[in-house]
Design a binder for this molecule. Sequence first.
Ligand code: NI
Length: 177
Amino acid sequence: MALRKIVTLPAAVLRRKAKPVTKFDQDLQTLIDDMIETMRDAPGVGLAAPQVNVPLQLAVIEYAEGEDEEEEEDPEAKPRKKKLFVIINPEIVKASEETIFGIEGCLSVPGLIGEVERHEALQVKALNRHGKLVKLKVDGWTARIFQHEIDHLNGVIFTDLATKVWTPKDDSEIPLD
Ligand code: NI
C-alpha cells in the first residue's frame, strides 16, 4: 500500500465526470487500498478517486456516526465503531424529502468550508470491491458524506452547492472528504 497525492482545485480531473469501473483487477484492489490509506492519513472521512487523480467512479468512506457530536467524556462508553464503505459506480436510488443543513469541507479545497443542504437519508446502489451489487441505506452524517463523494464522481464540488462559503478562523473540526 502507498499514499497517493491528493489533488486540489483547479485540477481538471476534479471537474470531469468520472468513468464507470469495468475491471475488478489487481490494479483496482491496489488503488482501493491506497485510497483507504490516504483517507486515513489525511485524515478524512471520505475520498473519491478523482481526488487522487484517477477519473473512475470509486469512493471510500469511513465514519463513525456521532463522531461530530459533542458529548460528555464517559469512560464507560464503548468507542463508536467506524464503518468503512467502498462504493463503485454508485447510484442514488432514493433520497429522503427531508433535507438538513451542515458544514462541509473538502481535502481538495483547502482553506474553505461551507454550509450545504443535503438529503437526510439515502438508498444507494453500488458495486463493492469485488464487483458484487450492494444496496445501502445511510442517514445523518454518513448520508452527507455519500452525497459529497458521489458529487466528486460527477465533477461537482461542495462550493457549487453551498449557501455560504468561508475561511475558518482557527483549526476547524469539520471532517474533510
Ligand atoms: Ni471532497
